[in-house]
Design a protein around this ligand. Structure first.
Ligand code: GUN
Length: 312
């Protein structure tokens, strides 16, 4: 354990700083609210976010409900298109084309997953790149990789904001991203490179993952396996960002209990890390907050306005 590590001075067992994602997300939303108010007052613009939900996936229903509520709370317009699970790809493309042409819509999000008859990639790439507030399209993926610009996917953006708040200077730090998904792992790698980290990406086929983890000053866990990353894999003092949201049935005195757990064994890791995000209450709340932020970014870009100039 480093001498300067958590708890070192008091002689109490070391414990990492817990990164409060709910508080950070509230801060992002407060900033978005100020920008939305300034856009209305100075430019007569109200950003609009359109969400398309196909089918009746229960988890998606909850996400969409939360997005609608938070969009309205920050003063933006919320549009929703609900389509039957049997909707064809052509029909869905028609809805996207209509929203692409609608000047009151600045951001479009098609809730994933989509029913089997629809090719997700075709749908994502049909969204106008300037309205692709998920940042999943090939254009935005390419802009981030090649130029460090474009719309940044919400979850990795949320992780970066937490890292910047809690990780100090990121320059030259050794970062490990565990997971190579298009939604989290790959864009996270690009963002950390942009911050001048030395980045390694690990995945399900990586050999000696524990050793890779032990070298990391920054560990991003986005592999989708409950509590896979053990406490003794963590470098003492490291900053750990746990993106995993896994449902698990755990024993309790009152019988088995459904709980959300991350990809990191939190109870063990908290004794070793310098700072760590909990699950729930860490990265999760940042995703929708960053979606709102991206919608303001999209509205500003559309009208040639600098979002930074709206905050003063
Ligand atoms: N489903 C679960 N998370 C997401 C997300 O971030 N964006 C979209 N479009 N669908 C999702």
């Amino acid at each position: 354990m480093p001498e300067s590590g958590p708890g070192a001075a008091s002689g109490t067992p070391p414990r990492a700083r817990i990164i409060d994602g709910r508080a950070a997300a509230a801060g992002v939303r407060a900033e978005v609210s100020r920008q939305v108010a300034a856009l209305a007052a100075r430019h007569g613009i109200t950003p609009g976010l359109a969400v398309i939900l196909v089918g009746d996936n229960a988890a998606s229903e909850i996400y969409v409900r939360n997005k609608r509520r938070q969009t309205r709370e920050v003063g933006m317009r919320s549009f929703e298109t609900r389509l039957a699970a049997s909707t064809s790809q052509a029909e869905l493309l028609g809805h996207i084309a209509r929203l692409n042409d609608d000047a009151t819509v600045h951001g479009i999000l098609v809730q994933l997953p989509l029913p089997r008859q629809i090719d997700e990639r075709v749908i994502i790439d049909a969204i106008a790149p300037g309205k692709d507030v998920d940042g999943f399209s090939v254009i935005n993926t390419g802009l981030l990789a090649a130029r460090g610009t474009g719309m940044i996917p919400c979850t990795p953006l949320g992780c970066l904001l937490l890292l910047k708040q809690h990780g100090g200077d990121l320059n030259g730090q050794r970062a490990l991203v565990v997971g190579r998904s298009n939604i989290v792992g790959k864009p996270m790698v690009q963002l950390l490179l942009r911050e001048n980290c030395t980045v390694t990406v690990a995945h399900s086929r990586t050999r000696e993952l524990a050793d890779e983890c032990r070298r990391a000053d920054i560990l991003i866990a986005a592999i989708g396996r409950p509590q896979m990353i053990k406490g003794d894999w963590i470098r003492p003092g490291a900053i750990v960002i746990d993106v995993g949201i896994n449902r698990q049935s755990l024993p309790s005195p009152a019988g088995p209990r459904e709980m959300l757990v991350g990809d990191v064994d939190f109870d063990a890791a908290v004794r070793v890390a310098g700072a760590i995000t909990p699950v729930p209450g860490g990265v999760g709340p940042m995703t929708i907050a960053c979606l709102l932020r991206n919608t303001v970014t999209a509205a500003c870009a559309r009208h040639g306005i600098d979002p930074g100039g709206l905050s003063g």
